[in-house]
Design a protein. Sequence first.
Length: 261
Amino acid sequence: MLKSLSLSTLAAVAISTSALAADLVVVVGGTGGTGWETVKEAIAQGYEVRATTTNVDRAKESKGEDGFTWVKMDARILDDIRAAFDGADYVISTLGGSCFDKGGPGSAQHVDYQGVVNMAGISKDKGIKQLVLTSALGAGIPDQPLNQFCDNVQMWKWLGEDYLRDGTLPYTIVRPGGLGTDEGGKQGITLAPAGSLKTSFIQRADVAKVLLAAMGNADAMNKTIAIGGDADSKPDEWRDDFAALPSDAAQAPPLRPGQGE
């Protein structure tokens, strides 16, 4: 059954609460490659920015603290999330679990899934207007090789996504493919329905632009979006493409990690 009523209601809310430069944005995972690009992009666009890290002293030493604020947050610890999200308008998550901690506290199960569950619940409690989640192009594909040596990461990411899709918190899920570290804004960006891009490559700085563009955007609300670089289009032509993408439907019971189709 489609979530038509809730989606239309949430879209109306989004239109009346579109992101403004004075809004406070929490960037979860601010020291990561995509997270740091998102922090810089949010500052450049005039938002008040709070970036999360598990080690504030180390983050300040490596990244500084100019024009934003660091806050300690572990997505597995509810009190950390409550403190980090307090007073915020929007949350952008760029977190990802570790391939080197199979089954451990830093694994995809505890970060990409349980961390998203934790953030979604507290976002709703705190009145967050929207959670923008960075996922992965291969999320939900059981036989992807990455699952075999990275503790079913793509399945756990999909389960985290699905928790948002089945809830009532306004969200946007962004699925990039391969990630580069060059300067952004040099080429176009493809926005496509989930599952329609088989491969893609995009600069992290351009992913950050999409994450910020989705924030407070009624045309991006409650959608799962695959993204990639597009050398054949101009750098900003993609910004009006959110509206053409389909809204998410209610999901069938999710696949469990390791379960085939």
